[in-house]
Design a protein around this ligand. Structure first.
Ligand code: PFF
Length: 452
């Protein structure tokens, strides 16, 4: 026990349960909720997609998150060390390596988009975007911004530097402290924006599109997209929640923490929809714009609104905060690997990994400018890295984690860990069923559907 405690202390621990929940929620709530979720809903028919998404979150996401927290707390290690210590000298350690690699890949392009959000905060502050006369103009502005090599690189580097500044300070002093300030700010901003959007004339049409399910729009492809989005949004499948769980002291209640984080992440995504769809419909625009919805449609929407520039500043600040609290969690997964497995100190681990991730992200940053013609199978570098990580590594990692906990390490051992310092885990049998049968099969079917 004393050895474990010393080991834990030297790696760092969350100071409070609330701090841990905020940090894990900070990881979950990110560009996935504010940038991806609305455009995916817009492209996939609105309300019906939202229902399928919620179902995927509860049936597949929630059990896997609990599994990741449990492995993390049991082992107090990074993903590679964790699988190694639960099943020494087996191939299962590869799930851990896949996770670290996924963290590396995702952060490399996530930081590019994070950089765009920082740039838009600056542009909103300096009133650069206050005279668009149409979404087309806003779209052209966005297009020429992301094609500008030096500007994109500058903000990309700035985003990485902010993440480095936080992760360097460690778990309690860096990540937990930052999230304790940033997450409540994010919630306040979101509520402010929702009131602004809902009081716009014509807002109700947007709410109807968003909340009224039309099941004729649902097909296998929709379920596939919903499941992928659930993984990305909940930060699952790459050991990120495992790593955050590894900084938990033993007495924490894992099941309730999981439920809080899942509910928080889902509510934030749903609220973001309550901001974006009323605004888009009130301004007579289409919600099917795709990835550029937030960057090229919203600035035009804001221009037409009373107090539009203020709303624009506030919205992009929200986006930047969400991106930062997720970016630090991605960096922490890679950093934790080098600290635990390679015995590097935190400073060396943070600096070496972040510079490497930044360098690998440069072609992603340039994918909409000088490298926009460099395409393979009709996708640029950015699209490929996103595709490999989000559509393959995360679901595959999630499926293997579920199989590992359900069948290899065993739900019995996992439940013992969950119950260690808690009262009885009443939902244990339901969770056991989901993690053994439903989660892996659901992910498998999604993969299968993709290749057929
Ligand atoms: N959950 C984050 C988002 O919704 O933007 C993205 C993410 C963070 C994915 C951390 C995976 C991860 F490990």
């Amino acid at each position: 026990m004393a050895i474990r405690n010393n080991h834990q202390k030297s790696r760092g621990l969350w100071n409070t349960r609330f701090g841990f929940i905020l940090a894990a929620s900070g990881s979950a709530v990110g560009l996935g909720n504010i940038w991806k979720f609305p455009y995916i809903v817009g492209q996939n028919g609105g309300g019906a997609f939202v229902l399928i998404y919620i179902l995927c979150t509860i049936v597949v996401g929630l059990p896997i998150m609990l599994a990741e927290f449990t492995i993390g707390r049991k082992t107090s290690l990074n993903p590679v060390g964790a699988f190694q210590s639960l099943k020494p000298k087996s191939h299962w350690v590869k799930i851990g390596y896949m996770g670290v690699l996924a963290g590396f890949f995702i952060l490399s392009f996530y930081a590019v988009v994070g950089g765009w959000t920082l740039a838009y905060v600056v542009k909103a502050f300096t009133h650069t975007m206050s005279n668009f006369s149409s979404p087309k103009e806003a779209g052209q502005f966005f297009g020429s911004f992301i094609a500008n090599t030096w500007e994109v690189l500058f903000y990309h580097a700035l985003f990485m530097a902010i993440c480095v500044g936080i992760v360097l300070r460690g778990i309690h002093g860096g990540i937990e402290k930052a999230c304790k300030v940033l997450m409540p700010t994010l919630v306040i901003i979101l509520i402010f924006l929702m009131f602004r959007a809902l009081t716009l004339p014509g807002a109700m049409e947007g709410i109807e599109f968003y909340l009224k399910p039309d099941f004729s729009k649902i097909g296998p492809q929709t379920i596939l997209i919903a499941l992928g989005q659930a993984f990305f949004s909940l930060s699952l499948g790459m050991g990120c929640m495992l790593t955050y769980g590894s900084y938990l002291p033993e007495q924490e209640n894992l099941t309730s923490a999981t439920v809080y984080v899942v509910i928080f992440d889902t509510i934030i995504a749903l609220l973001v929809g309550m901001v974006i769809f009323p605004a888009v419909f009130a301004m007579g625009l289409e919600p099917t714009e795709g990835p550029s919805l937030v960057f090229s449609v919203l600035p035009a929407v804001f221009v037409g609104m009373p107090f539009g520039n203020l709303v624009s500043i506030v919205f992009f600040t929200l986006l930047a905060i969400a991106a930062i609290t997720s970016g630090i969690s991605l960096l922490e997964v890679v950093v934790a690997y080098f600290i635990d497995q390679r015995k590097w100190d935190r400073k060396k681990a943070v600096l070496v990994t972040s510079v490497t991730i930044f360098a690998f992200g440069v072609p992603s940053g340039l994918s909409f400018g000088v490298l926009s013609e460099a395409k393979l199978f009709d996708m640029n570098f950015f699209d490929h890295v996103d595709n490999i990580a989000s559509n393959y590594l995360l679901p595959l990692g999630g499926m293997l984690t579920a199989i590992f906990v359900g069948w290899v390490w065993g739900t019995k051992s996992a439940e013992e860990e969950i119950e260690k310092h808690e009262t009885k885990f009443h939902w244990g049998h339901v969770w056991g069923f989901l993690i053994r049968y439903i989660s892996p099969v659901a992910v498998f079917l999604v993969f299968f559907a993709k290749f057929v």
